[in-house]
Design a protein around this ligand. Structure first.
Ligand code: DON
Length: 554
């Protein structure tokens, strides 16, 4: 049985269409319709949700290159049919030789371009190791079948959507200095036409090497040589040894609860799961009020402020730090922090340095997969900024990431998301940089399972949080929960960013009366949630109406 419900809602230009697809055997929701369909076809072939996630991941590397690229890294959270839970960390790692000094000028000032637009800013990529590790442990179909659709898409091409053409066009100013990038993302220096059949022959060859040799097809041999040649040409410090040493890591997921819902999410080196559970435990101290009641919004801003302050001080790579996980996840600590919230007055984040937010639109991507056996997979993956470092590896067809910017170079100096860090997240060779990515699965008391996640840098956690609150406290359908306008606060800068439709004048006025400063209407959307909910025997798959992709169901 396949039923498709498409709800057209003309809200603002960013919010055109909320699509909810309903299936009975499985579903894939990703930021690329083609990639969703690739995953759905794997389910149809008899593959499980893990197979479909791996195939979707490789397809996104071809059809959604700004973020789905194999040059980056990410995290996956799984809940299998028997209720067991897992999480996989395939986050990039700092090359062994990398030091904070690489990012400082002679007077000790941070040179942010070296973090974001230079091969020094590129972490050792984890995506290929991660996708193959998922397949090794839980896949059921041969790996070959899961990579073939991506190879075909890269080799034979696919018609470019207006959104991709526009997205490539915006990158031309960065990419024109890099011939390999221009060769891939422009038509000999000119923008592509919409519907142009876009092929990526070098990427097809790289994917073929991975298909043939597994991890060695990426981390050794020709692909590794091409990657290191690109890094060397630009003055980076990553070596072949760094590539060979890369390992993705299975970690215990964060498991918490919120009003009888089980929350399964990503542990460090992501801050996502810890902050989600900690904030939810603070919010659980009160009976929820309506969705945009000023008390609801005030409380959420204050809880976010407190939690992001802790993020900056207490979190980093778990393998090189002792992290106070028990404390941060305990109900007692959440209560203690909650007691700092005054309902009639905003707290003041210390005005330490001016926070910054990126002007451009950086990107990451999330995809969710569920199958008929009851397996659920939640994956968020990124190059950090859209198109990462903007440099395509000559001859290999994939982009370098700029994930090193997620480290702190100096305490008190914000990264490109305005996030602060201390020594636990300082740049150090071999470390993994702290992330906000929050692939999550929630299990309801009535047996529903929801898989969700989002891009958005520092706004990822508050985006996922608001969708959970919309589902649990405000009893919205998945479709509405994803569609509802969002806002964000992160301690510093001491500002609240609202999506335009959520910037209600009366709400803003009431928040100002409570002392909230810097209430900003942000034109760019916050987050991009691709989610699936299994409930009453069917799968409801939703892609975020802020963007143009559709889910695929079976
Ligand atoms: O890992 C992180 O938290 C960031 N590198 C994610 C970047 C991101 O989401 C950009 N997307 N819009």
């Amino acid at each position: 049985m396949l039923r498709i419900v498409v709800i057209a809602v003309c809200l603002v230009s960013n919010f055109a269409l909320a699509a909810e697809y309903i299936g009975s055997k499985g579903a894939v929701a990703s930021r690329s319709t083609i990639a969703s369909e690739v995953g759905r076809d794997i389910l149809k072939m008899g593959g499980n949700a893990i197979d479909a996630a791996v195939a979707t991941g490789f397809a996104l590397a071809v059809t959604y290159p700004s973020a789905g690229n194999i040059g980056g890294g990410g995290f996956a959270v799984l809940r299998l049919e028997d209720g067991s839970t897992y999480s996989l960390d395939f986050r990039e790692t700092a090359p062994l030789a990398l030091k904070p000094d690489h990012f400082l000028d002679e007077s000790g000032e941070v040179v942010s371009e070296r973090l974001t637009l230079h091969p020094l800013g590129c972490g050792v990529p984890g995506s290929v190791s991660g996708l193959l590790a998922l397949h090794d442990r839980f896949g059921s179909l041969p790996l070959k079948d899961l990579i073939t659709p991506a190879i075909e898409l890269a080799k034979k091409g696919f018609p470019l959507s207006a959104a991709l053409v526009e997205s490539f066009k915006k990158q031309m100013k960065y990419m024109k200095s890099y011939p390999a990038s221009s060769a891939v993302f422009s038509n000999q220096g000119e923008p592509f036409e919409v519907q142009h059949v876009w092929t990526q022959p070098d990427l097809a060859k790289t994917l073929k090497r991975i298909q043939k040799k597994g991890v060695d097809g990426f981390y050794r041999g020709k692909t590794a040589d091409l990657l290191i040649a690109e890094i060397d040409a630009g003055g980076g410090v990553m070596t072949r040894g760094d590539l060979v040493a890369y390992q993705s890591k299975w970690r215990e997921p964060i498991i918490g609860s919120y009003r009888n819902y089980q929350i399964i999410s990503m542990p460090p080196p992501s801050s996502g799961g810890v902050l989600l559970v900690h904030i939810l435990q603070m919010l659980e101290q009160v009976v929820p009020k309506p969705w945009r009641d000023v008390d609801t919004v005030h409380l959420l801003i204050e809880a976010e402020r407190l939690a992001y302050a802790d993020r900056s001080v207490h979190l980093g790579d778990p393998d090189s730090n002792d992290l106070p996980m028990e404390e941060l996840l305990s109900a007692g600590y959440a209560k203690k922090r909650f007691n700092k919230i005054l309902m009639n007055r905003a707290n003041v984040s210390d005005q330490l340095g001016a926070g910054r937010f990126p002007e451009e639109s950086p990107e990451t991507t999330h995809y969710s997969v569920m199958d008929a056996q009851g397996n659920s997979v939640s994956v968020t993956t990124t190059l950090n900024w859209a198109y990462g470092n903007k440099r395509v590896v000559n001859g290999a067809g994939f982009l370098l990431n700029n994930e090193v910017d997620d480290f702190a170079v100096q305490a008190g100096v914000p990264n490109s998301y305005g996030l602060l860090g201390n020594e636990k997240n300082l740049v150090r060779g071999g470390r993994r940089m702290l992330s906000s990515m929050s692939p999550t699965i929630i299990v309801g008391p009535e047996g529903s399972i929801t898989v969700l996640g989002s891009p958005g840098g520092s706004t990822i956690i508050t985006t996922v949080l608001q969708v959970i609150l919309n589902l649990v406290d405000h009893e919205m359908t998945l479709n509405l929960a994803v569609q509802a306008p969002r806002f964000h606060h992160q301690w510093k800068p001491d500002r609240v960013f609202f999506e335009p439709l959520g910037y209600f004048p009366s709400l803003v006025q009431e928040l100002e009366q409570r002392g909230h400063r810097g209430l900003v209407k942000r034109e760019r959307p916050i987050g991009d949630v691709n989610a699936i909910q299994f409930r009453n025997g069917h799968f409801s798959a939703v892609t975020d109406p802020r963007f143009d992709a559709l889910p695929a169901v079976y």
